[in-house]
Design a protein around this ligand. Structure first.
Ligand code: XMP
Length: 256
């Protein structure tokens, strides 16, 4: 464990960038898979010098297939010495979670995102066990970037052990420490929560922050609040010039 975390730190430092590219594209007709693959490859070819990792979601796994198109993309990304994260938000019973992790890690993913709502025993433990066995990472959702996140991640719960009422995301941040997660996801749309969660995690677990640009979050606010990495998707992938866009974003972050 923690190999993934160390790899991320090393690459981000060496390349002086905290941008994780979310390689997402809108739905396109199913007989245009070749063009989707090439679109994805072109964006990687353009922006790889300015990013520290790539995050892949169902936008590519569903149309291209994990062991067909996506595995090839992972190989291309690995050739550029970048780790690849699968944003599958694993959220099932342990036996199923184990299979999900095994397939994604076997396809070459360096880390997967999982949802702590399912708990440890017969929930996420098999994912952490598989990650340990295959020397990969697990990143936990702690507070999502969309508005409705407050209904679940923001609800108040009674912590039996400590006999106190705490926010769900506080409980998840504590679990991330206890379970040895390699990272947590906290939306850039809630910088005050990033700060609170960073105070719990310290420098032990990095915060990955999505929701910049189109979802309304500001990269600089997320970083100032304690995020280590910014996950950015459509602002880059749908830009006319992804390379210029990512360079400008980095410059803006450095100047702020
Ligand atoms: P955009 O285009 O909005 O893409 O920059 C963001 C990417 O990140 C995903 N996303 C999340 N993933 N927790 C996650 O694990 C979150 O809170 C979250 N918010 C956004 C989104 O699906 C897209 O791939």
């Amino acid at each position: 464990m923690f190999m993934f975390k160390a790899k991320m730190e090393e690459i981000a430092k060496k390349k002086d960038t905290k941008i994780v590219l979310a390689l997402d594209f809108p739905f396109i007709s199913l007989n245009s898979q070749k063009s989707l693959f090439h679109k994805a490859k072109n964006v990687i070819d353009e922006v790889y010098p300015h990013i520290c990792a790539v995050k892949i979601n169902h936008h590519l796994v569903l149309p291209l297939g994990t062991f067909q198109g996506v595995k090839k993309l992972i190989e291309i990304i690995h050739e550029k010495n970048l780790p690849v994260i699968m944003d599958c938000k694993a959220n099932d019973i342990g036996a199923t979670n184990k299979v999900i992790a095994e397939y994604y890690y076997s396809a070459g993913f360096d880390a997967i995102i999982a949802n702590p709502f399912v708990g440890w025993d017969e929930g996420l433990k098999p994912i952490f066990d598989m990650a340990k066995k295959m020397h990969r990472g697990v990143i936990l959702l702690v507070y999502m970037s969309h508005k409705g996140a407050q209904e679940g991640y923001g609800q108040f719960i009674y912590d039996k052990g400590k006999e106190e009422k705490i926010a769900q995301y506080v409980s998840f941040a504590r679990k991330a420490l206890k379970w040895g997660a390699d990272g947590v996801v906290v939306g850039a749309t809630v910088p005050e929560k990033i700060k609170e969660i960073h105070n719990i995690l310290g420098d032990k677990i990095p915060i990955y922050s999505p929701g910049i640009g189109i979802q309304g979050g500001r990269g600089i606010s997320a970083l100032n609040a304690g995020a280590s990495y910014l996950i950015v998707g459509r602002s880059i992938t749908l830009a006319e010039n992804p390379n210029e866009t990512v360079k400008k974003l980095i410059e803006k972050l450095k100047m702020s």
